[in-house]
Ligand binder design. Sequence first.
Ligand code: FAD
Length: 498
Amino acid sequence: MMIAYIERFVYENDVESMTDPETNVEFAGKDFGGVQSSKPLAVIKPSTTDDVAKVIRQASRSPHLTVAARGNGHSVSGQAMAHRGLVVDMKSVEYGIQVDPTGKYADVSGGALWEDVLKRCVLGHGLAPRSWTDYLDLTVGGTLSNAGVSGQAFVFGPQTENVTELEVVTGNGDVLVCSSNLNPELFFSVLGGLGQFGIITRARVLLQPAPDMVRWIRVVYSEFSEFTRDTEWLITRREVESFDYVEGFVFVNSDDPVNGWPTVPLDSEHPFDPTHIPRPAGPVLYCLEVALHYKNEDPLSAVDKRVERLVGGLKFVEELRFEVDVGYMDFLLRVKRAEQQAKANGIWDAPHPWLNMFVSQKDIANFDRVIFKNILKYGVGGPMLVYPLLRSKWDDRKSVVLPEGEIFYLVALLRFCFPYPKALSIEEMVAQNQEIVQNCTKNGFDFKLYLPHYNSKEGWKHHFGNQWTRFQERKACFDPMAILAPGQKIFQRNWQPS
Ligand code: FAD
């Protein structure tokens, strides 16, 4: 039935039929970014891995058709779109989240949402994946195609380092199981591979015992040098003792409810008291966010002691410390609560011209001076994350590209569009993103875009740098006709290596 449906699109190439509401083409032509849009020919809802393979094989028989796997469509630059191509809705593949009896791993569908993986593993088995993203309404295949980073990555590496086996449908239409021992080139290519080499239909995700509770703490700095010294100290002393989660963000030194002081407190009982901000302070301040896991049976006095041992050596503004104890699932679902509020305010469904980067440690102080304290001194209408990661936790056989040096920072400018006059328009936000990237280039900063987006081949060549040849070779091997993930705009059908 499904194949007859695809064949209708493939052979009739009837563009007008896109308007059929049953195909959801309008929905698949949009994404969370809300900046790009496209017109797919059809949306396919496969039930099994074999259905996914059949879609790709059918597309390979046409001279021009492309296929985009769509996870939850939470990309911001059209990465999951296929203009006049086929969009494969991965969430429709029969859902599987199977926890192995050993408790060491779970086999999960590529289209499974991380939130569902969390709930199944914790509630059913008292277990949990080790490495997360901040927000969990993202699919397993969608984040593994990028990296998947959050405050646990300094311990375990990104999500791409926490899967040991994949089932993949390649651009040749082959269904292959791969791992670091079995079809290793495919395994390493697909992880962080921007959907270019295959569609992930199953992933084996490593698990650990889930804690019950989390002590969640935020502390404030006025000096960037002190903030970076302390965050780097925390992420490099894991072998001794550290927190289970380390992140940070920049906020505006004002009472602006969206960008400023009110964004720091963790509950309404402990508001931000600006009289404690040291003088002189700059236009922006910095917040270190950490979390410590514990079990219900751990005495709170022991938790307090562990926290104080770690916090004791940090140089934050003592009076600007906020902390709460929350359940582990509540902690991991914290952005869901923000989503509910944003939906109520109407800003969740408005455009999000986000910019995500990895910036080398050697340039982060200058980045603060040129970008945060200057271009972004009024904020971005949402969180401005900045926290360090360790390169040694990333296997460079995988497809993600990173700056040089052991420590680099994730910088995420998570822009929301507010309908009040002070906010920038979408065009101004996009222009500001470009200005930031241009400034980084002009100043010679060592950086890479995360969740990258380029419109030209030259942009991609530069992005991959000395890994461009390897990336092209992988494409030639696993998707030689360039059928997959056209929304990334890296290869066009019938491309030639260059
Ligand atoms: P989609 O947008 O649907 O797809 C992304 C790309 O992957 C496309 O090219 C698509 O074709 C391809 N793809 C999708 N599924 C598959 C598959 N099964 N096999 C192969 N290719 C596939 N990222 C982080 O690392 N850390 C964060 O903390 C974080 N927080 C976020 C918070 C929000 C609110 C949002 C909107 C995004 C966040 N992201 C974060 C970014 C997110 O990880 C990526 O945008 C991710 O790609 C979205 O997953 P998705 O399932 O919606 O993928």
